[in-house]
Design a protein around this ligand. Sequence first.
Ligand SMILES: N[C@@H](CCC(=O)N[C@@H](CS)C(=O)NCC(=O)O)C(=O)O
Length: 219
Amino acid sequence: MAPFTLFGERNLDSPFVFTVFVALKEKGVPFTLRFLDLSRGEQREAPFVARSLTARVPTLSAGDFSLSESLAIVEYLDETLLAPPHARALPAGVEERGRARQLLGWLRSDLAALRRERPTSSIFFEHERATSPLGDAARADAEKLVRVASTLLAGRNGAPFSSWSVAEADLAIALMRLIANGDEVPPAIAEYVAAQWRRPSIAAWVALERPATVEAILA
Ligand SMILES: N[C@@H](CCC(=O)N[C@@H](CS)C(=O)NCC(=O)O)C(=O)O
């Protein structure tokens, strides 16, 4: 398989680039991480548009083939880098895989007020931390998120699936929107997110220098 290049943005606070980065790390394949400056509109420059089609990051290139949309990329990686030897990004069982897709899709399409008031930039940049409490709509979103997480974690000794899945990385970063900004969550949720944050694939993302300046080659 041709070497992988993951195109992200230089602030490294996109939850969608995060998902693909974590999936690649879990698969254990080397890849180059390249950065676009979205504030300068680099995503709309012709060479990237030709690659991405939709002019958005994340985009994954493997030789002549490129793909955008984080979930499409995760599915592509699971279908090309098979388990074993590679870890699965999505669960093997059809019901659990369905649930993981539900979670990934839901986290991308709901909770708009929470995502607006607690952007992922506030996780990674101290100067972006919230200065006011959640508004009513964002508070309702936060309660919904905590309810969903608590329900999923109640089933299997504190894990949503019988083995780790990239949907857990997405759940953790969604919950981290609250934790990083000092919004209260139940202790079991805080412990779960802290454990996810220690996972090597996620810790590698957190440890990246922000804003990024030079491309990184990761193993
Ligand atoms: N649904 C997409 C969302 C991707 C997305 O929103 N990317 C943003 C960065 S976080 C982007 O490329 N924004 C630049 C633009 O749309 O011009 C996915 O899951 O990959």
